[in-house]
Design a protein around this ligand. Structure first.
Ligand SMILES: C[S@@+](CC[C@H](N)C(=O)[O-])C[C@H]1O[C@@H](n2cnc3c(N)ncnc32)[C@H](O)[C@@H]1O
Length: 214
């Protein structure tokens, strides 16, 4: 169930002019191997935010194959870095290999393990955090993210419209999406009512949450 009309998506895809063949190759790999990655349109918006805000330190929670990590890293200023956390034993070597292929390894640090264990041990704060993991972990990792975010830092969260199910009538939600939809609905209320951030949910890609730490 897409959150936009299909003809609008098709129209934007026709206009798209991504010139980096490696980015397109990663998208094809993810599609063929059914690995969820950020929608290309959301990834372009993420890149624009990185370009505008010029973060020195970025934290990504949920690396998968390294698609969004590379899109972040390729827009960082000299000396700026992205730490990215991944727990999947299958995805870690694929991401590592992609980081080498991207030529951006000096900007990227892969932290292996569960973000719930890793984040409480992180000492330094971040200017930009991208949260993109299993939906049942969002709430806990959201609060950990808030403690790690600098003042005026940005929190970027994917999937807040959850393939259209967040706003759907319950009878339209397939059984396998019910639990995750409940998590997203609960999270959206927390996200929009949390007083330490200025937050909004934007209907880009699968729904992007944008929070700015006060
Ligand atoms: C949607 S994918 C990330 C996609 C990636 N951000 C991109 O757009 O290219 C989510 C990833 O988070 C990982 N993950 C899920 N829960 C996690 C957790 N608690 N800690 C670390 N990684 C987690 C999964 O193994 C999966 O690879």
């Amino acid at each position: 169930m897409p959150i936009h009309y299909t003809n609008q998506i098709t129209y934007l895809e026709k206009l798209r002019n991504e010139e980096d063949s490696f980015i397109l190759e990663l998208e094809t790999f993810a599609k063929e191997n059914k690995i969820p990655i950020l929608n290309w349109n959301s990834a372009e918006f993420l890149e624009q935010l990185i370009i505008i805000t010029k973060p020195e330190r970025v934290l990504e929670i949920g690396t998968a194959i390294g698609y969004s990590t590379i899109r972040i890293a390729r827009n960082l200023n000299s000396g700026a870095t992205v730490d990215t956390i991944e727990l999947s034993r299958n995805n870690i070597p694929i991401a590592e290999n992609n980081f080498i292929k991207s030529g951006l390894t000096e900007k990227i640090k892969l932290l292996e393990g569960n973000a719930k264990d890793i984040m409480p041990q992180l000492k330094d704060k971040y200017n930009f955090i991208f949260l993109d993991v299993d939906k049942e972990d969002y709430e806990e990792l959201f609060y950990l993210s808030l403690t790690l975010l600098e003042k005026n830092g940005i929190l970027f969260v994917d999937n807040l419209l959850w393939q259209g199910y967040a706003a759907s009538d319950d009878t339209q939600i397939p059984k396998k999406y019910k639990r995750s939809t409940d998590h997203i609905r609960k999270f959206n209320k927390l996200f929009l009512n949390e007083s330490v951030i200025n937050s909004s949910i934007l209907p880009i890609g699968d729904g992007i949450g944008l929070g700015i730490k006060k």
